[in-house]
Design a protein around this ligand. Structure first.
Ligand SMILES: Cc1ncc(C[n+]2csc(CCOP(=O)(O)OP(=O)(O)O)c2C)c(N)n1
Ligand SMILES: [Mg+2]
Length: 336
């Protein structure tokens, strides 16, 4: 079993981290390093490209291989040029949700359409985090940010579905809670020929404190947000027991908890991306739903699957890859 020091000494440039404490960036870097190590990839054959933002720092300056730190929103454009010039390199792009789906959204869909063999890890922290947490195209409707103090009037893109529809041949979505699945998925993407895209829902205690309206000390937030990701997601194709419900409070969650417990039902307060703080009751829905609905502090009793974000593999198919097609066309043009 290799420990963290092994990965740090072999793959990470020695310097203090620029990430805020509890940032998801370190987890994603860790998953990436484990993936390349497991596959035994040669560092000289990897190029990591990033744009601008906290996410852009995951490879640069942390990764001890070749990195290209480019301009905001243009990581995929630079990576396209690099890959077309030297298709032998495994070219991996790290891009934020603002970088990749906002300012660089056009590059993203066109690279997917071309099926160019780039591995794109898009880190979705639901905001333009580095510059203070402004609305991004991934910020959920109603969420509060510095540019939407009364709630976001817009609706987000489903980036995974967008990239799939645009033609990507490998598409997956995970979160920083799902480290084993994410590492496995990065390995699959690294071995897949064609545009390979992984959206990673990531925690940003600094900005998500406001976005998710979380109270409590800063130190308490990273594990809490990770638990929230676990609570708010379902994995495609994995059997889901469904033996629980959520009591959504009218106002005060502690009052709802008190009322539920007064019925002799054991329950706990959990954070949920879709509902905020809710009371989770681990009982068969038929046995508790009506009782919970009758409580004066409960506005609604939600089914376990409601308002959850789907994780997993969304696409894996084979189709002609751009740099291969380009090579053929260059041969033809030269009359070879
Ligand atoms: C052309 C341009 N516009 C705006 C900026 C300012 N800027 C720097 S980082 C950033 C936010 C990046 O957000 P995202 O891509 O989601 O990455 P995160 O920091 O959230 O990981 C912005 C707007 C810039 N550097 N260049
Ligand atoms: Mg972001």
């Amino acid at each position: 079993m290799k420990n963290l020091f092994y990965y740090r000494d072999k793959y990470v440039r020695s310097q203090p981290s620029a990430f805020c404490p509890g940032c998801g960036g370190g987890i994603i870097l860790n998953c990436f390093l484990r993936a390349i190590d497991d596959l035994g990839l040669d560092l000289d054959k990897i190029l990591a490209v990033s744009g601008i933002g906290c996410t852009a720092w995951i490879p640069s300056p942390n990764f001890n291989g070749d990195t290209l730190h480019t301009t905001h929103g243009r990581a995929i454009a630079f990576a396209t040029g690099a890959k077309a010039y030297n298709p032998d390199l495994t070219t991996v792009v790290f891009t934020g949700d603002g970088d990749g789906a906002g300012i660089g959204g056009n590059h993203l869909i066109h690279a997917a359409r071309r099926n160019i063999d780039l591995k794109v890890i898009l880190v979705n922290n639901m905001s333009y985090a580095m510059t203070g947490g402004q609305i991004a195209p991934t910020t959920l409707h109603g969420e509060t940010t510095v540019t939407s103090p009364y709630g976001n009037p817009e609706f987000p893109f489903d980036i995974t579905q967008l990239v799939k529809a645009a033609g990507a041949s490998y598409v997956a979505k995970w979160s920083t809670y799902h480290v084993l699945e994410l590492t496995r998925s990065i390995k699959e993407a690294l071995q897949h020929k064609g545009f390979s895209f992984i959206e990673v829902l990531s925690q940003c205690p600094t900005q998500q404190r406001r976005i998710f309206n979380l109270r409590g000390t800063l130190q308490s937030l990273p594990p809490r947000i990770l638990d929230m990701f676990g609570e708010s997601t379902v994995i495609r194709g994995r059997p889901d027991k469904g033996d629980y419900v959520y009591a959504v409070p009218k106002e005060d969650v502690s009052e709802t908890l008190k009322q539920v417990e007064s019925l002799g039902i054991s329950a706990r307060v959990v954070d949920h991306i879709g509902f905020g703080q809710v009371v989770r009751v681990d009982e068969e829905p038929e046995s508790v739903k009506a009782k919970l609905e009758a409580l004066s502090s409960v506005t609604y009793v939600a089914d376990h699957k409601e308002s959850k974000i789907e994780m997993g593999l969304f696409e894996k198919k084979s189709r002609p890859e751009f740099t291969d097609s380009l090579k053929e066309i260059i041969k033809k043009a030269r009359g070879e």
